[in-house]
Design a protein around this ligand. Structure first.
Ligand SMILES: [Mn+2]
Length: 356
């Protein structure tokens, strides 16, 4: 297992030197907002970022994410040029040392929360979701609310250029059901996987967050059955999953250790985001500290499942709360995520020693 940390490139207020000081953190999962969905990731631009990260002693073996253009998801005639661009991006980042590309195939909305700064009992604040808050809200109002609460930071999945065409895109999705979306997904994977195999890249799809459809738009990445369909779309070591416990686990019916074992044994997990959430009711939860007792998941059992399958891929803590007065990009401050790294590494050390 390699423990990593998400970093947003030059727009991230957290210095790389600070990340280097987190014990047991080997590298970063980089998120760059330099390129729009559908655009080729320029090799020189990316390479200079990799060199900058390497210069402090951290690796860049995972990127998240090269966004899939909406036309690909919708299966429009224009998709082929974006698929070709995607293949060029794969080649470019692979030649800079990248091994895993995290991406998602969620229509229109990426992750979704109803509050980006819910204040908790201890004065910290965090992202939360309460389905009741979506009642009576149009998708357009949701976008406005989310961007308004972002404190001026860019939010991946909520890029303004992606959302400005919201009305047109929502109209097109009225004619796309789950099976059509899966068909479009297969088209995309069949086109890019040979390139991934050639360059030794694993594609790791991020599950739907939360783990159910929203606003009646189809979503196909939130149950074990759907994940099974996805890994079977193209049978290849390059076609893998990103297990995000906080996303998949938002549906309590998803048994996280079981899912990790099932797909991990078959080498279908490219990387993982490991975090805890606390349920307050049905479809009502907040992102808690990583510690088991702070939330609703048994984090030991989750890490044990990774350990049992001899997971040798990449893990990072996922979102953190804002603590100690930190102000930053929702979910991506330094302090609470660093605590998450240390906690997960501690569980891992115990598992290693108990299993000797
Ligand atoms: Mn995640």
């Amino acid at each position: 297992m390699k423990m990593t940390f998400r970093w947003y490139g030059d727009s991230d207020p957290i210095p790389l030197e600070y990340i280097k000081q987190i014990p047991g953190c080997s590298g970063i999962m980089v998120m760059m907002d330099n390129f729009e969905a559908g655009e080729v990731w320029d090799k020189d631009v990316f390479k200079s970022l990799v060199e900058k990260v390497n210069s402090v002693g951290l690796e860049v073996e995972v990127i998240e994410s090269i966004n899939v253009h909406e036309d690909i998801k919708m299966g429009l005639d224009t998709r082929d040029k974006y698929v070709e661009n995607y293949k060029k991006s794969i080649k470019n980042v692979a030649e800079c040392g990248v091994k895993v590309i995290v991406y998602n195939f969620m229509p229109v909305f990426d992750w979704l929360k109803t509050d980006l700064g819910k204040v908790l009992f201890d004065g910290s604040n965090t992202l939360s979701y309460d389905e009741k808050d979506l009642e009576g809200l149009t998708p357009q109002q949701l976008v406005e609310n989310t961007l308004k609460n972002a404190n001026g930071f860019s939010l991946p999945g909520w890029e303004p250029e992606r959302l400005q065409e919201l009305n047109r895109v929502l109209e097109i999705y009225k004619d796309i059901d789950e099976s059509k979306l899966l068909e479009n997904y297969k088209y995309f994977l069949e086109a890019i996987i040979p390139t991934c195999e050639k360059y030794g890249i694993k594609m790791a799809v991020h599950p739907d967050d939360p783990a159910w459809p929203v606003f009646g738009i189809p979503r196909i990445t939130h149950t074990p059955e759907q994940l099974e369909k996805i890994v079977n779309l193209v049978d290849s070591p390059s076609n893998t999953l990103c297990i995000c416990t906080g996303s998949l686990g938002s549906n309590p019916n998803n048994n996280l250790p079981e899912i990790i074992r099932e797909f991990g044994q078959r080498d279908k997990i490219g990387c993982a985001h490991v975090r805890n959430i606390k349920f307050l009711g049905d479809r009502n939860f907040y992102e808690s500290a990583h510690l088991s007792s702070a939330g609703s998941f048994d984090m030991f059992e989750i890490m044990k499942a990774f350990h049992d399958i001899d997971f040798d891929g990449y893990i990072r803590p996922d979102h953190g709360r804002m603590i100690w007065g930190e102000k930053g990009r929702a979910g991506y401050g330094l302090y609470d995520r660093a605590l998450g790294v240390t906690y997960l590494n501690g569980i891992w050390e115990a598992l290693e020693k108990l299993n000797k």
